[in-house]
Design a protein around this ligand. Structure first.
Ligand code: FE2
Length: 250
């Protein structure tokens, strides 16, 4: 195991730069997010995971996941700004299950998009990833709200495509909530499958940051602790992909 705690942004930047990923605990993440504006409306933000839409593309494979999606952009040194609702696209190279497919997901609601918590998280990502890659003039940013549900007869699969890359430059995986969930361990691998590290996101704000071109990531299936009760795992995934200024006007 290489990394677990990163109390300050410069230390976190160093971990990602050196190892290609970092796991960040609730306390460390909370401190860094406080400095980027705080999470005063966290309860409202987290409650919005109760209103996600079924992933109809995944349902076609007999699996179950709920989600919403939003797109943003940011010019270097400037604020993160919303972009029109658009499709999510991953090349087949990056998603063996659902690659080369324009997937239209339900948009994040305006109420969720306007929370201070989301603004803080996006600001934090821009600071972190912009520091790691200061040469990037413009970022294409996608935000995914995910809920994986597990039941006694079917484990939930947070990453049904297995260990993978997202096909971007940087990824933040932030735990929002776990309810009656066992396992669901985040794993980091070399491109040839060797395990580099693992961390189970258990407390809200536990997080993983990933340099996506360098390392693969996955999450083990989740199962209920108590088979008679509802069980879910809620995460926020934010991806940053370098784009050029021309893409902004295309
Ligand atoms: Fe991923």
């Amino acid at each position: 195991m290489t990394t677990l705690f990163a109390p300050e942004l410069p230390a976190l930047i160093d971990l990602v730069r050196n190892d290609g990923y970092a796991f960040v605990t609730h306390d460390a993440m909370g401190g860094m997010l406080e400095r980027d504006g705080g999470l005063a409306d966290w309860a409202t933000f987290a409650a919005s995971w109760n209103d996600l839409a079924p992933d109809t593309y995944l349902a076609a494979h007999g699996r179950y996941r709920r989600r919403r999606h939003a797109t943003y952009s940011a010019l270097a040194g400037q604020d993160v700004t919303p972009e029109p609702h658009q499709a999510h696209f991953q090349a087949l190279t990056y998603n063996r299950l659902q690659g080369d497919l324009q997937r239209w997901f339900e948009p994040m609601t305006p109420e969720t998009a306007s929370t201070a918590s989301l603004g803080t998280i996006l600001r934090f990502c821009h600071h972190a990833f912009g520091t790691l890659a200061p040469q990037v003039p413009r970022w294409h940013i996608e935000v995914h709200q995910f809920r994986i549900e597990a039941s006694a007869d079917s484990a939930g699969e947070p990453t049904p495509e297995g260990s993978h890359r997202d096909g971007v430059d940087y990824v933040l995986v932030l735990l929002i909530d776990r309810h009656n969930i066992a396992s669901g361990t985040t794993t980091i691998h070399t491109p040839d499958g060797q395990l580099l590290g693992d961390f189970t996101l258990t407390r809200p704000l536990d997080a993983a940051l990933v340099d996506d071109p360098r390392v693969f990531h996955g999450v083990t299936p989740v199962t209920p602790l108590d088979n008679t009760q509802p069980a879910h795992r809620d995460v926020l995934v934010v991806t940053f992909r370098a784009s050029d200024i021309a893409e902004a006007s295309a």
